[in-house]
Design a protein around this ligand. Sequence first.
Ligand code: ZN
Length: 328
Amino acid sequence: MKQSILAAYLGIFITAALSFIYETPDEHISASPLPGSAVESTATPSPLPSQNPAGEIIRIVHEEEIFELPLEEYLLGVVAAEMPASFEPEALKAQAVAARTYTLYCAAAEKHGEAQVCTDFGCCQAWKSEERMRQDWGDSFDANYQKILSAVYSTAGEHLTYEDKPIFSAFHSSSAGQTEACGAIWSDVPYLVSVESPESEENVPGYISSVEISPLDFRDTLLHACPQADFSGSEDSWIGQLTPEKSGRVDSIELGGVLYSGTRLRELFSLRSTAFTLEYTGESFLFTVSGFGHGVGMSQYGAKLMASEGSDYTAILAHYYPGTTLVS
Ligand SMILES: [Zn+2]
């Protein structure tokens, strides 16, 4: 069973490597830690279980060392690092379940050999120690910690499955109207399809961002990635056809006669997402980007908005991971 899971896991990356024309994308699973984690919490915590639910022991790689924590205690540090404590309690619960599911998925896949997960958000999930929470939250520590504790412990043991296995519960910061289908970045997964997501410029800080690059840097970066591109013509002839994904993100753009995938361009120019436009202004090349993250799975700001409009965490999870089952 472990071998088949590992094979499936490797298959995601092998297929991803083959599906792109040039280079394997270096995309991560979780969202990067969101800004605003230090915002004071004002919500009333939900009732807690009478006992610390603990859970199985998880081995975690942190700064090249391995340490152990009970699953539910580890998740306190993940939720605290991945989502601002100011978010709605139901959004925090959805985050707790997504993080627990991803941890179980990694454990089954033996992603880190002797350990199950690492604390690098570029690889697995962000995590912060209680000491770091105290530093970041200051006087709000008690209220924020209680809120995170409530989200994790009130959902203790709950995780999402598909065909009786923990799912690849990718999540990200914010989407541009639609989430991304997993197959656009890795390989197709039946429960990671493109769905609507309610967040927008009006309710996400820094939702629209831009990256402006000189023609010389633009050309050199693209040539370094793909030497057969031809930028001998004038700058205003360099941008060719843009092919969108069904989600509206960029699948590929022809630049200098060569197709570059949206994910590759995101890497090369440090774009916050693949939901972007590209234009030549007459002086520079300008990317205008919407949202933040790879766009696959649960949008954290989408979860926040759904919660504020009355959805509970089970509805949020069912929306972003359709066809999955929530089990204890
Ligand atoms: Zn990792």
